[in-house]
Design a protein around this ligand. Sequence first.
Ligand code: ME8
Length: 637
Amino acid sequence: MSEKFYVTTPIYYVNDKPHIGHAYTTILADVLSRYHRMNGDATFFLTGTDEHGQKVQKAAVEHGMTEQEQCDTTVVRFQELWEKLGISNDDFIRTTEARHKNVVRKILQDLYDRDLIYKAEYKGCYCVPCERFFTDKDLNEEKTCPECGRPTNEIVESNYFFKMGQYQQWLIDYIKEHPKFILPDYRANETLGFLKKPLADLCISRPKSRLAWGIELPFDKDYVCYVWFDALVNYISGAGYGSNDAEFKKWWPASFHLIGKDILTTHTVYWPTMLKAIGVEMPESIFAHGWWLTGQNKMSKSLGNVVNPMEMAERYGVDAFRFFLLAEMSLGQDASFSEDAFIEKYNSNLANDLGNLLSRIVKMTVKQFGGIIPSPTEENDDDKELKSAAIKAVEVMKSAVPGMKLNSGIEEVMNAVRAGNRYIEKTAPWTLAKSGDTERLGTVMYTAAEALRFVSVLLYPIMPSKMTELRKALGINTPEVNMKELEKWGGLVPGSKMNDSGSLFQRICITEKAPETAPQSQAQTPDSDAGLVSIDDFFKTQLKTAKVVHAEKIDGADKLLKLQIDIGGEKRQIVAGVAQYYTPEEIIGKTIVVVANLKSAKIRGIDSQGMLLAAKKGKGLKLITVDGEIDSGSSVG
Ligand code: ME8
């Protein structure tokens, strides 16, 4: 049954250009929206910019512009980036727009009229360089600024306050009674921890004498509204609150407010109490994700470690960038960004696994069937295994999306892709072609292509352009992509025509971190380099770490051990000639290095799906292992 889905991102400050953190939350919202649209759900995706307050005013002064000019020039940077990154937002709200300011004013007036906003003297210590107020509880005995360490000045200022404190117990109860309200659950605990201290009323004004760039209070022209009180309202003003009741009723409550963990308190304390005061239902879930770090550090301009998403997308392609961000971060936790890790993931998952599978299928179908998708005949166990890997990926993804575990969903899809490559190796279509077994060859090609069709739907929200390309290569030209397509296995239409349009993901040379991807032709070694391999050739071999989970001797083969290994969650069996050097007990538990994309073979009649690496000289042999703890399935290279 289709449902409605309303998702928001934070609205970003226009004091500076966007960086990877902004891109991440927005791509996440985009991917969720695309999944829901693909599911047939009525979907509304709102993003925008936060244009008032001190940060923007300060940036305007630094750039010698008026505040509005600062907003108008910076907002374009966000809008251009979203276009570049294929963001499918349904609306973009700017807090300087009349449609937003009117709603904020209405809310302020209403709360003031109902005595939920009052005027009082505000006593605090003000840090002039940081332009921030601190109360006694924020300060040490010397009353120096907690931000910069400089002395603060005690000042008394009249301001307006929202009676937030009176909702404290209600909020605690609400959070406890609604386990999905704040996600992940440890963030709910963080908010409950914050609510253990008495909740003060919220200062919602700034005197114009100190900060003029904001929405003027409707009941006092000497003050502007505090930027957070203004900004949070975008989630309802952008959905029709106060201007279009039918629209608002259609979308509210929001399904997800996506935020970074930096803005948890404003979203889980200020915002719910504001909504409660104006009598509006709570959003269903506020989801706080972790930080993108550079190494161990948070990205920040002063450290000079900020990643520019526009550059990454231009250099490596939008879809690969989107894929990396979503596959790499476990939602809720921090993740570290590095270009090397990006290239590594791109080469292994996209170029080797996915691109390679497509190219094998298309090339073979073009060669053997003139590109016409053959009809499958009877299914054997190998076919069934691949089919169940694809179906499992659908099931995992279907629960990964609402469960906010996108990286696990993606991993399961990639498992299906790897199963596809293993299937090709095992069924050896080139041998079938040689022996003239066209019927079996047709079934193999169809089955592998059908598995890729499943993959194309599941990864479409993450890589819309590349998956459209992949579908065209498979001969699927329907403009719409829908989850319904995956209700049955066998949707690929025999008789339609595949297109060999070249490689989907060109491998990137890690040594160069080059803007250009290495063209395939470079793989040919010039004569003078006879005996050498290019980096491209080298990376055709996928080396991975694997944990030996079981080992046993093989009857009648005193040089061989049969090993069961785990490569990043995938179980495999390999037969290795190491029995004269290692007992089964010695080898179990070791993390070894294996060639993960070796064609499977039968050794003494036993399946071997890979090869381990060992150093050998004379009579000595030592396994290649790793220097310390690392996950199995890690790439070696
Ligand atoms: O806080 N890693 O705007 P903002 C992951 N205007 N996400 C990051 C990140 C990082 N290193 N850095 C930023 C504001 N983000 C307010 C919001 S909403 C009513 C008002 C993302 O421009 C993350 O979503 O500082 C974070 O919450 C947001 O950008 C902060 O953007």
